[in-house]
Design a protein around this ligand. Structure first.
Ligand code: FAD
Length: 437
């Protein structure tokens, strides 16, 4: 078999790419991670960019060696999840499903920093950052990629058995491979930021479909919550002009309006939020929302072994908190497929990983499309006029809440531990590749 500088070159050191690199290295492969910038170390202030990570993602990050570096104080577990629409409520408790937690709220810069710390210390990893790729082309059994500095002058040429694109939703690698995308602009923006509520958040991920859009409060350390409120661009333009206190008052009004008679007709529903009214919004950021779906997650066979993970392959609406969870499942699934191919394959085959990539594409394209379409569907329904969407969603929540098998299937899926999830996410241990150097 031909020799290569690396088993894998990963373009993009966001959480999905850095985790893919760490899992590849852990499996015994030589990896090069390339990013156009070196991420700043997290500072003491809580970042507005937090994500809800599922149990499956926690297991993947734990295996990659990053979870223990985060520190308990930076991963806030939630044992309860509540979703409300109209008079319908869907409730989940980790203990009822025999789970340690339903998920954890983590700041993106911290988890990225933990992964980069793992990678910097790993003997099988080389980090090229800040660095850009100039071009890439197929070679026998792999790909050659040339790097350039900011001025465009070539700096290095590397060969690899697989080229992994983890360069985010606007992936340049995806575009260069001619992989088409289907895109939906939601004409929505998400308000995000840490908030203080009347009473501390007890470790609950809570979401209500308000008339303006879904509003979630996710638990942060010290009883604070992180708000994620997705609303139309027109409303966002109007609300972004308000000072923070006026914005908080407006949000409280919308929350009350979304349940005008909650305490009378449905005493278990809280009129504002389970944590009372919002008191203070600490930093407000507005992020545009778009769904992007790559039509395939691998290059054509004649392009050599190229594959996409994370937002490079799919970015989704945040209402189900699944985007990065899907990216981490991609990372684990890819390493699982490559490893399995190395366990069973004919080592003399010219392109031993090509079949593994086809399997990855089939697996993750269908899983991510199914997830993303479900999320898209809920968002579209919730926006139906005259409160129709809100009430039909509420009705389905009411029904689902009473059907235990449905609840169990939903929680397995939401926690990323269902039978379609990578073995690592389900609690299994992947093997080390026999061909790893
Ligand atoms: C409001 C909001 C809330 C969300 N909440 C959740 C949640 O609760 N749970 C969840 O799972 N997900 C959530 N998501 C989704 C999640 O934030 C994304 O899915 C995730 O951050 C994407 O990670 P990534 O590593 O794939 O891409 P990115 O984070 O975009 O990383 C891409 C990396 O590639 C690098 N790069 C780009 N171009 C190049 C190049 N040409 N050369 C070299 N390097 C390059 C960049 O520097 C960057 O480091 C949310 C998203 C939004 C908008």
């Amino acid at each position: 078999m031909a020799t290569f500088d690396f088993d894998a070159v990963v373009v993009g050191g966001g959480v999905a790419g850095a985790c893919t690199a760490a899992l590849m290295a852990k499996a015994g492969f030589n990896v090069c991670l390339l990013d156009q910038r070196i991420p700043n170390p997290p500072d003491d202030e809580t970042s507005a960019r937090v994500v809800a990570l599922s149990l499956g993602s926690q297991r993947i990050l734990n295996h990659a060696g990053a979870w223990s570096l985060l520190g308990e104080e930076h991963a806030t577990a939630y044992g309860e999840m509540r979703v409300e629409s109209g008079q319908g409520v869907l409730r989940f408790r980790a203990d009822e499903h025999g789970l340690p937690a339903l998920g954890w709220i983590v700041e993106i810069p911290r988890i990225q920093h933990a992964l980069w710390t793992v990678l910097k210390d790993h003997p099988k990893v080389s980090i090229q950052a800040p660095s850009h790729w100039h071009d890439w082309s197929p070679i026998e059994g792999g790909i050659k990629i040339r790097l350039a500095d900011e001025k465009g002058d070539l700096t290095a040429s590397l060969t690899t058995r697989v080229l992994i694109g983890a360069d985010g939703a606007q992936s340049r690698l995806r575009q260069s491979a001619g992989i088409e995308t289907t895109q939906w602009d939601y004409n929505q923006r998400a308000l995000i930021g840490p908030v203080t509520t009347e009473t501390p958040n007890p470790g609950m991920a809570w979401q209500r479909f308000t008339p303006l859009g879904p509003l979630a409060l996710l638990p942060l350390p010290d009883g604070q919550s992180s708000i994620v409120w997705s609303i139309t661009n027109t409303e966002a333009d109007r609300l972004a002009k308000l000072d923070p206190q006026a914005l908080v008052e407006t949000i409280n009004e919308v929350l009350v309006e979304s349940h005008p008679h909650a305490s009378k007709t449905h005493p278990t529903l809280d009129p504002i939020t389970p944590m009372g009214a919002l008191a203070q919004l600490h930093q407000a950021h507005w992020l545009p929302l778009k769904r992007i779906r790559a039509d395939r997650l691998i290059g054509n066979p004649d392009q050599g072994p190229l594959v996409l993970v994370g937002d490079a392959g799919h970015s989704v609406h945040p209402l189900a908190g699944q985007g990065l969870n899907m990216g981490l499942a991609d990372a684990a699934a890819l390493v699982e497929c490559l490893n399995a191919a190395d366990q069973t394959k004919n080592m003399d085959s010219e392109q031993p990983w090509q079949k593994a990539l086809v399997r990855y594409n089939r697996w993750r394209l269908s899983a991510s499309t199914l997830n993303a379409s479900g999320i898209h569907f809920i968002n579209e329904i919730s926006r139906a006029p005259m409160g129709l969407g809100k009430h039909s969603l509420g009705l389905s929540f009411m029904v689902a809440n009473r059907l235990w098998p449905v609840r169990e299937a939903m929680i397995q899926k939401a926690c990323g531990i269902d039978r379609d999830s990578p073995a690592l996410a389900q609690g299994g241990q992947p093997k080390t590749s026999p061909s790893a150097k």
